[in-house]
Ligand binder design. Structure first.
Ligand code: ADP
Length: 403
């Protein structure tokens, strides 16, 4: 049951009781009800004549602007509009008045007792008379200042991030040149001395030169890792994702890790459960991750232990697992090992690592829409799981991978 005074449709209602109430309600009553409504809702309400001049604003709206209603109606509202927003606002409002298209714009209004300009979203729709001409516009202004400020803040943050990426990349290029060039020279000359071209070295001299070379290699690896991580973080590394046959990918990695396996006396078994799988990956980057994982597995495994490289599939994801029987990782430290420069357990005492390999590997995996995870039992072994998106087997031949 409708109560007396409830708004009714403009179209003729079927209910006779309803049409009686509508007829009984005088224009003055309807007007009073409309005004009460505009005072109650938390947006600013206004109406305008077909020529665009305001013929009504609610009391609370005028108060909010620190003006009287009389000061705001007509063209008075233009005096509270931010001067920079006047041209575009007038242009849009004029366009709507001429075409009858709904009006929507954002502008700053002198608000809060005329103390500050705040952003508002203005909207208005026309009301047509029986002759199909516009008789009035009904409009609202909604305060969107906080939203606009948040947007501006985000934009500034994006700009700052971009600037810092540019600065970082400039620094990295400098680092690359200034560090790699002398490092290359150190490596080259120590190789030259070690080869005996400059005269025969004593055993002690040769040992010293080899130490120089060993440290040069370590520093070069560190600089290269840092550069790669910086490029990844600045999204400046090109990732070329294509369908890659999983067994081709894994078989390309084996000859590279063979010398490390032999030197440590560790045995690697490749056990593919689902042959014929293809992954969507950058073959070289996927290979780099696997070399890092198997290299670590060898590094942290005891002599005569085994490493198992396997595969698995979960919906559209292919998992490549590298499981070792090494020292394992304490559960409390498990989450940290993907952070840059973090080394845990016995690795802390070991020289040679940089603590960047897993950080880079996970970034690379994520850049290929995959991920890298670890499961480990301290003292028993670790399993690293590289996830890569499944690719459909292409009709064309596999992407060639060179070992
Ligand atoms: P790095 O090997 O150069 O130290 P990584 O980022 O590759 O750097 O690895 C970070 C740390 O994670 C290692 O120092 C080691 O503490 C731990 N870790 C990685 N792989 C293994 C593994 N297979 N078994 C045990 N610990 C590991």
């Amino acid at each position: 049951m409708r109560e007396r005074g409830t708004p009714v449709n403009q179209e003729a209602p079927d209910d006779p009781a309803l049409s009686r109430s509508a007829a009984e309600e005088s224009a003055a009553q309807r007007d009073a009800r409309f005004r009460r409504l505009t005072e109650a809702i938390p947006v600013q309400v206004w109406t305008a004549l077909p020529d665009g001049k305001l013929d009504y604003v609610s009391d609370q709206t005028a108060r909010y602007f620190g003006r009287t209603v009389e000061e705001v109606v007509g063209d008075g509202w233009l005096s509270i509009l931010h001067p920079d927003d006047v041209p575009v606002t007038v242009e849009r409002w004029t366009h709507s008045l001429q075409t009858g298209e709904s009006y929507e714009t954002e502008f700053r209004l002198l608000s809060q007792g005329a103390e500050e300009y705040r952003w508002h979203l203005a909207r208005a729709v026309p009301l047509y008379g029986e002759d199909r001409r516009i008789v009035q516009w009904f409009g609202t202004n909604t305060d969107i200042h906080e939203k606009k400020q948040a947007e501006a803040y985000l934009e500034q943050a994006r700009l700052r991030e971009h600037e810092s990426n540019v600065a970082k990349s400039r620094f990295m290029n400098m680092l690359s040149h200034e560090l790699r060039t002398p490092l290359g020279a150190i490596g080259g000359y120590s190789e030259l001395l070690s080869s005996g071209v400059r005269g025969t070295l004593t055993a002690a001299q040769k040992a010293d030169v080899d130490r120089i070379y060993h440290n040069q290699q370590h520093m070069l690896n560190l600089v290269n890792d840092l550069l790669e991580l910086a490029r990844l973080e600045a999204r400046q590394l090109t990732i070329d994702v294509k369908p890659v046959a999983l067994d081709t990918l894994l078989h390309a990695v084996l000859p590279i890790v063979d010398p490390l396996l032999a030197a440590k006396g560790v045995q690697l078994t490749l056990q593919l459960e689902s042959p014929g799988l293809w992954v969507a990956a950058d073959a070289a980057k996927a290979q780099q991750i696997l070399i890092n994982l198997i290299g670590n597995a060898i590094k942290f495994s005891p002599r005569d232990s085994r490493i198992l490289v396997g595969d698995g599939r979960a919906e559209n994801v292919v998992c490549i697992t590298v499981a070792d029987q090494g020292c394992g990782i304490d559960s409390e430290e498990l989450a940290d090992i993907f952070e840059a420069f973090v080394q845990v357990g016995p690795a802390r005492q070991r020289e040679g690592g940089s603590g960047l390999g897993l950080t880079i590997s996970r970034e690379l995996a994520r850049a290929m829409s995959g991920d890298l995870r670890v499961e480990s039992v301290f003292g028993t072994g670790s399993t690293f799981i590289l996830e890569l998106p499944l690719a459909e087997t292409p009709a064309a031949p596999a992407v060639g991978i060179t070992a």
